[in-house]
Design a protein around this ligand. Structure first.
Ligand SMILES: [Fe+2]
Length: 297
């Protein structure tokens, strides 16, 4: 394994993170302070702050309440024990007002206490309403999943359809948080797209080899893939990888899909990556949808 020139730290604002254990591409660091003002990342306790995402110099706003509600702890416990699990839900919603009833009908009841389920539905509805205000949209695409992290995907960009407002919301309710890098640490998007192209090809070949039960070929692809993640060749020397605060709602800049693979400025979007190992996590992702395609299924 190549030695890493990239360290991962927890994005804790002015707080100090001690003895953070990390995995894969990472190594342990004792503490860090992120210079929030110059980083393009905003830390906040109130949803009102997500308006700051309209500033083109801001890539993401983390809304983290000073104290997490108790139901989230109960939710995390049933997700991690496997009691609450379901097939990934992809729910286009023509009108945000319909979202609570769509979730009521779609989210499984098994494994989740009644009050916790209601609190989760309410939480998602609040996020959708915040997205409506930020993006000026009334149609959203909601994705809800309970899955253990995998190595399939590395650092990537989330996109919206052509001409849609380039914003979306993400919340990880439990487990390992999302990783991200700062726009100022990426001098050249060409190098990022070079990484992304290689990473996607290796991942596809790795899965194909696994399917063919060709263990040697699969091992070779996986090791090249992980080596690429260890190096993160698109980052400037000494750049860090950060983690979002636990339980935060992340409002972040998406990319118009027509710009993907183009040499746009790095600050046009928020580069991030899920953890690649750990317990199952409940993840909610909301982005604007085209009202013509957002139909209830
Ligand atoms: Fe993503």
């Amino acid at each position: 394994m190549t030695s890493s020139r990239v360290s991962i730290v927890s994005s804790v604002g002015p707080e100090v993170a001690r003895n953070i254990r990390t995995d894969g591409m990472n190594r342990v660091v004792d503490s860090v302070e992120i210079e929030a003002e110059a980083s393009g990342i905003i830390f906040a306790e109130e949803f009102a702050a997500i308006e700051r995402l309209r500033d083109p110099a801001v890539q993401a706003v983390f809304v983290r309440p000073s104290r997490r509600p108790e139901w989230e702890e109960r939710l995390g416990a049933v997700v991690e024990s496997g009691a609450f699990r379901f097939e990934r839900l992809t729910l286009p919603t023509a009108r945000i007002e319909e979202l609570p009833s769509i979730l009521e009908a779609s989210l499984p009841e098994e494994g989740l206490a009644f009050a916790t389920r209601l609190a989760l539905i309410d939480d998602i509805a609040v996020m959708a309403d915040e997205l409506r205000q930020l993006a000026g949209c009334n149609s959203v695409l909601l994705r809800v999943l309970v899955e253990a992290p995998t190595e399939i995907c590395g650092f990537h960009i989330d996109t919206v359809g052509p001409g849609l407002p380039p914003f979306g919301l993400l919340k990880v309710y439990n487990g390992e948080a999302t990783r991200y890098v700062l726009a100022r640490d990426m001098p050249d998007m060409g190098r990022f797209y070079d990484y992304l192209g290689k990473r996607e090809r290796l991942s596809a070949e790795w899965r194909a080899a696994l399917q063919k039960e060709d263990a040697a070929a699969a091992d070779r692809r996986r090791s090249s893939m992980l080596n690429l993640d260890e190096m993160l060749p698109f980052l400037r020397k000494g750049a860090k990888v950060y983690r979002t605060p636990p339980g935060a709602v992340v409002a972040f800049r998406h990319l118009d899909v027509r710009e993907l693979w183009n040499l746009h400025p790095s600050g046009r979007t928020w580069l991030h990556c899920s953890p690649m190992s750990g317990t199952p996590r409940l993840v909610v992702n909301l982005s604007p949808a085209n009202p013509r395609t957002a139909r209830r299924r």
